[in-house]
Design a protein around this ligand. Structure first.
Ligand SMILES: Cc1cc2nc3c(=O)[nH]c(=O)nc-3n(C[C@H](O)[C@H](O)[C@H](O)COP(=O)(O)OP(=O)(O)OC[C@H]3O[C@@H](n4cnc5c(N)ncnc54)[C@H](O)[C@@H]3O)c2cc1C
Length: 622
């Protein structure tokens, strides 16, 4: 009797655990307001919970950020509420924002048809899509260039999307975006590779949960997903780690260069008539009776007909200013590591171990007993880690990218990298890329995901404000999804504007972006004739990435010229090779100064205040 009772209690606990896990994601069981309130008061009695305008609203102050995040996750009920508005503050923390120093009136009184806020891949995709119509489009970004937020700091993976819920917007836009990438990359002249994604298995039993994921892939409409034994898989991944007995191969996975794609979309939008204003921050929004009247910036007041919110980690603040907030961004850091190109051979696609695998180095943490193992299994199935962290990625440039991890942070601009995190990522992934050495690492970066508590995108028309459209909560797989999100948002914008006046098609829209030549992509004969035409193409400035003076001058003459070290780096990659700019940095500065007819000390790294040199001494810049 005692044994039966103990088994019953264990099964009950397991069911409760499953429900609580799935509730966190907001999928299965939706807690009532009363239940949410009771659960949150256990996290902290100081948190105040209310229901307002179809949202759950949390207020209060906590001494530990994880409590604020847990409260937000607990409050999710996707069926009953639009979303969670989590205003809980962390004691002693206040957000420091990077804002432009420029204050002028260059945009004061302008009245575009559409104002897009945010020049990441989402905003730039939308600008390009909208430029297929005859519209006055203005895109503003608080930074000095496009792609300075998450769009510059990510893995560039064009995801398969195997672990999304069928009802999620992530799934909807990922699958559509993935299908669009090959053609879009051709049009934008941006390199795209579709060599697949691989999920490695270490034990025979893993084939079972992996086959469940395969079934999910079928339900989601993802083609070609199949289990391959080691002998077959090695044809795709010659450096397969020893532990891999086989794995799931997903051929539609790909890689892009996310910052070049963002620049390309922006340039193409500009060439088709869109206007971009960088160093322009939205500081306030004036609404009357649920309608945006004007938008305040550091460059004056703008009077748009429609506003599109693509402001990344600040999208909830913009939605709040416009009176249309139904969600909260809780920033989640992700660090990626970049290796030298000579280590790029270790992976051909994007390769990682299955979430079910426990490798020898993880033995100490292996769950003991059936219950613990089942819990581990459920956690793996529900992707509790909140990263599609594929592990090792072969980048379009031939480097290997390793990561990312996923760490909650109160700071929306905390892009610092941390030694312990970098080490943890390497220690985990060196079992996948077995020949990886510390000396292969040339750099690392951190990006911030704009996650909502519902863990889904918020792509919708305004609910409380009639002339705003939200493109918010665009965390991973935002690079993959952006082109598809843009199609819907452009259609809704045209629909809104058409209520006032007919919106015409832009018959002179040119879908292709012309890109000046890249020396590394040319044959010897082609290089020869180009150098004869213009000797600047024969002067190699960046030896690691083989970039010539001619290419840098082309970038400075491009439709969106950003004459900074990072602006040139984002367009051509000098400084992204082994020497990390040690050799080419000063030469790039000289070319910029010469082109802009300014002093060397006026050339900045990125923003206005990012000085590299201050003046000259004994004739040299210091
Ligand atoms: C570590 C990491 C790895 C990732 N890996 C992948 C991957 O492999 N594949 C994939 O598909 N996705 C990936 N993602 C997700 C992807 O990077 C993002 O979803 C995508 O870049 C979001 O683009 P965005 O344009 O919405 O936001 P952002 O690129 O962040 O752009 C938002 C812009 O809004 C501007 N802004 C904010 N506030 C204001 C204001 N008040 N006024 C004016 N401008 C403002 C910002 O300056 C910024 O430029 C990853 C993300 C991270 C962090």
């Amino acid at each position: 009797m005692i044994i039966i009772n103990s088994i019953r209690i264990k099964i009950e606990n397991l069911i409760k655990y499953m429900i609580s896990e799935l509730t966190k994601e907001g999928y299965l069981y939706m807690a009532s307001f009363k239940k949410i309130k009771a659960q949150i008061s256990k996290i902290s009695p100081d948190i105040k919970i209310t229901e307002e305008r179809g949202c759950i609203v949390l207020n209060g102050e906590v001494d530990d950020w994880s409590k604020a995040v847990k409260a937000g996750q607990t409050a999710v009920n996707k069926k009953k509420y639009y979303g969670v508005i989590n205003n809980i503050k962390l004691k002693g923390f206040s957000q420091k924002k990077r804002l432009p120093h420029i204050i002028d009136s260059s945009l004061d009184g302008t009245s575009p048809d559409v104002l897009i806020i945010g020049a990441g891949i989402t905003g730039c995709s939308i600008a390009r899509e909208l430029s297929k119509h005859k519209l006055n489009i203005l895109l503003v970004d608080k930074a000095e260039d496009v792609a300075t937020g998450a769009s510059k700091a990510n893995g560039g993976v064009i995801h398969v999307g195997i672990n999304f819920s069928r009802k999620s917007q992530k799934h909807l836009y990922n699958i559509r975006g993935n299908k669009m990438y090959a053609e879009l990359s051709r049009q934008m002249n941006v390199h795209f590779e579709q060599k697949g994604q691989t999920m490695l298995c270490s034990k025979k039993w893993e084939k079972f949960p992996v086959s469940l994921l395969k079934l999910n892939a079928k339900l989601l409409g993802i083609p070609g997903v199949r289990y391959l034994d080691r002998e077959e898989l090695i044809n795709y991944e010659p450096e397969l780690p020893d532990f891999a007995i086989g794995g799931m191969y997903m051929p539609i996975g790909g890689v892009t260069n996310p910052y070049e794609m963002t620049v390309a979309l922006a340039e193409n939008a500009i060439n088709n008539g869109a206007n971009f204003s960088l160093n322009t921050a939205v500081l306030s929004i004036n609404t009357e009776n649920g309608h945006i009247k004007s938008v305040g910036t550091n460059r004056g007041n703008i009077y748009p007909d429609v506003v599109i919110n693509a402001a990344g980690v600040y999208a909830d603040e913009i939605a709040d200013m416009a009176g249309d907030r139904t969600f909260t961004i809780h920033p989640r850091r992700g660090t990626d590591i970049i290796t030298d190109k000579k280590a790029g051979y270790m992976v051909q696609s994007s390769m990682g171990k299955s979430p079910f695998s426990i490798l020898p180095y993880q033995e100490a943490t292996r769950p003991k007993g059936l219950i613990a193992r089942t819990k581990f299994f459920i956690a793996a199935i529900t992707s509790k880690s909140h990263t599609k962290g594929v592990g090792c990625i072969h980048s379009v440039h031939g480097n290997m990218l390793i990561g990312p991890n996923a760490v909650e942070t109160p700071d929306r601009e905390d892009t610092a990298t941390r030694k312990d995190e970098v080490e943890a990522i390497i220690n985990m992934q060196k079992h996948v890329a077995q020949k990886l050495q510390y000396s292969d690492v040339i750099s690392y970066f951190t990006g911030i995901r704009a996650s909502t508590y519902e863990e889904d995108f918020v792509v919708r028309k305004g609910i409380f404000t009639d002339n705003i459209i939200q493109a918010a909560g665009i965390q991973s797989p935002g690079v993959t999804a952006a082109p598809a999100i843009a199609v819907d948002i452009a259609a809704w914008t045209v629909e809104l504007l058409s209520k006032k006046r007919p919106v015409e098609i832009n018959n002179s829209f040119i879908p292709e972006r012309k890109r000046p030549p890249r020396m590394t992509e040319l044959s010897d004969e082609e290089r020869d004739s180009l150098i004869k035409e213009n000797p600047d193409y024969g002067i190699i400035v960046c030896r690691c990435e083989e970039i010539s003076r001619g290419e840098i001058i082309d970038a400075l003459n491009s439709p969106l010229c950003v004459p900074t070290i990072d602006g040139i780096k984002r367009r051509l990659r000098p400084g992204m090779g082994r020497c990390q700019g040690g050799f080419c940095g000063p030469l790039v500065m000289e070319i910029i100064a010469e082109h802009q007819k300014c002093k060397l000390s006026d050339v900045k790294k990125s923003s206005d205040s990012s000085f590299i040199t201050f003046g000259t001494t004994k004739g040299a810049a210091v």
